[in-house]
Design a binder for this molecule. Sequence first.
Ligand code: CA
Ligand code: CA
Length: 125
Amino acid sequence: MKLLIFGVILIATHTGAEDLVQGPGRKLCYTQWFDLDNPNGNGDNETLQDLRAEYPKNICSEPLTIQAATLTEVPAERIGQVFEVYDTVSGFVCVNSQQKNGECCLDYKVRFGCPCFWPSDMTDV
Ligand SMILES: [Ca+2]
Ligand SMILES: [Ca+2]
């Protein structure tokens, strides 16, 4: 009886390990860069909602990462401006009135990291 229980545990453990090995890869592929809006008006709005409307096939349904950068290729994190929205669910929004010293937002572009099996318009990292 003890031997049987030991055997069952062994099989269960083994199956779990196999699942791990065969689990889906998490390799990331980036979309193209998107720049829909300019900083005029109330700010620079690169929301996922707007981008999906404009490019319905180019962004996976659940992006894993988002990157924003200025049009001169500087990562948004290094600029030091305030971003109202910067996430994989809503996209990116910089509001002019939230910036220091009456500055306007710079013009930003965004791209998304998707699982690599997503079929369209992907470039490798
Ligand atoms: Ca604008
Ligand atoms: Ca922009």
